[in-house]
Write a protein that binds this ligand. Structure first.
Ligand SMILES: Cc1cc2nc3c(=O)[nH]c(=O)nc-3n(C[C@H](O)[C@H](O)[C@H](O)COP(=O)(O)OP(=O)(O)OC[C@H]3O[C@@H](n4cnc5c(N)ncnc54)[C@H](O)[C@@H]3O)c2cc1C
Length: 442
């Protein structure tokens, strides 16, 4: 264990040091990171020192807040761990929150709720607010409010030159545009200032069907038709999950192949809106109800224990029910490894233009596949599955794209990628921030 020369307080952990392995622990256990140096930072000054050290040594910089992301496994380089930067400050008058780099969404929801406000968080409270937003951020209320990246007032970022910059749309329009959509490549964001929305309660929950009783393809077809009828105030997703037979799960899910539709609606009339879904077939579980926004994480009930999986995504212009039915056959209970399929409905405010680099705003759905186990087994399942929907695929959705480090294809449309590459050459010519996915040609 050593301290970096020019910053007496910044701890550096190297392989073999006490605390090194513990510092690397995160949600994703399948993509091991073995950095040459880990800097557990507590302040923006620490981040500056860590980035300056990496630049001087010519080492690539990675960042870990919670480990929910899907960067490639890596050896060497610098890893900055931000979980100690966990302050949230809400300004109820301005309807904003300032969130530091290590803050999880659950903290922002809890801090906003007393003021009748809510952040534009995603399905799982344990996910880091900053990285989620840098990748776009497809939230529980996304169709009503758009991407979380569309609601950022400012970003404090330590750039490759080792300087901290307070970035707003007015101060640095190009860097602001690049950070929101590709921020992991342009620096280490130490703090965000984000909009909060006046939402106290929602109508939401999930409606589950037994996939052995009701054909998942039938549910998917009905879901696709239903999405054509719903207002922007309703955001939803469909998930197809082969649950393992483990005691940790509720009895009605254990060992079952379950199709569920997850719904969040602000405003009146939720019951009537979901009525067509209830007619699809016999229901296995129904948690739809009026709820305080603070309970919205129960809609998706994402796992909160670390696990190993591989995943990827496709933003789709259309969801062809026949092709999707084929995909469900491939990924169902007979698949070589357990695979979760999720389809999220886009459109609404997500289709509105915004001054950031989040691409594919004309997508109608995003398809997410998560396969258990190692990368090779997963890819033998995921590649043919995605190929079935290739005709309607616009690209990949960054927040759900694994191993983007060596497969950057499709993360951006050509125009966005070219503009990002130009800005990358300007702001990070040595490609210090290259741990996640390639923007520059180097
Ligand atoms: C269970 C689960 C549910 C999810 N739900 C949603 C959802 O509803 N909507 C959605 O859009 N996404 C969702 N995601 C995806 C999630 O938003 C991304 O994986 C996100 O990158 C996770 O950020 P993190 O800080 O938690 O993870 P980490 O693994 O700690 O970080 C991910 C990457 O972001 C970069 N990074 C982290 N912090 C910084 C920083 N301060 N500055 C610059 N770069 C940084 C790092 O390079 C790192 O590799 C979900 C993921 C999981 C596992």
């Amino acid at each position: 264990m050593t301290f970096v020369d020019d910053t007496a307080d910044l701890l550096a952990l190297r392989p073999g040091d006490p605390g090194y392995d513990e510092e690397l622990a995160g949600f994703q256990t399948g993509l091991p990171q073995r950095p040459a140096v880990v800097f557990p930072v507590s302040s923006a000054d620490d981040v500056i020192a860590a980035v300056r050290y990496a630049a001087a040594e010519g080492l690539p910089v990675g960042v870990q807040a919670t480990g929910h992301g899907l960067p490639d496994a890596s050896e060497g380089g610098v890893l900055i761990t931000t979980r100690r930067m966990d302050r949230v400050t809400v300004d109820p008058e301005a309807r904003t929150a300032r969130v530091q780099a290590g803050v999880r969404w659950g903290q922002v929801v809890a801090a906003s709720e007393p003021f009748g406000l809510a952040p534009l968080n995603g399905s799982a409270p344990g996910v880091g607010a900053v990285s989620y937003t840098l990748g776009g951020g497809l939230g529980i209320l996304a169709r009503e409010f758009g991407y979380t990246a569309d609601h950022v007032r400012s970003l404090d970022v330590v750039r490759a030159d080792g300087r901290l910059r307070h970035v707003t749309l007015e101060s640095d329009p190009d860097l602001y545009w690049a950070l929101l959509g590709a921020g992991h490549n342009f620096g280490v964001v130490t703090e965000l200032e984000i909009d909060l929305v006046p939402v106290r309660t929602i109508y939401g929950g999930s409606l589950a069907f037994d996939g052995q009783e009701v054909d998942p393809a039938t549910v998917l077809r009905a879901y696709e038709e239903w999405t054509r009828t719903v207002p922007d105030e309703l955001t939803s997703a469909l998930a197809v999950i082969p649950y393992p037979d483990v005691p940790a799960l509720p009895p009605h899910l254990r060992g079952r192949y379950v199709v569920s539709v997850r719904v969040a609606h602000t405003g009146a009339g939720g019951e009537e809106l979901v009525a067509p879904l209830r007619r699809i077939g016999p229901v296995l579980g129904d948690s739809l109800r009026e709820m305080p926004y603070a309970e919205a994480h129960t809609i998706y009930n994402d796992p909160d224990v670390p696990n190993a999986y591989h995943g990827d995504s496709a933003v789709l212009s259309e969801l062809d029910p026949a092709a999707a039915g084929e995909l469900l056959k491939l990924t169902g209970p007979g698949a070589p490894t357990r695979c979760v399929v999720q389809v999220k409905h886009l459109g609404g405010a997500l289709a509105e233009p915004a001054p950031n680099s989040v691409p594919y705003r004309d997508g109608r759905f995003v398809l997410q596949l998560l396969a258990a186990g190692d990368r090779e087994t997963a890819r033998t399942l995921l590649d043919p599955a995605f190929a079935l929907l290739a005709d309607a695929t616009l690209g990949r959705s960054l927040n759900f794209a694994a191993g983007a480090g060596d497969r950057p294809e499709g993360l951006y449309d050509d125009g966005t990628r070219k503009r990002l590459a130009g800005l990358k050459a300007q702001y990070d010519p040595a490609n210090l921030f290259r741990r996640n996915y390639a923007i520059s040609a180097r």
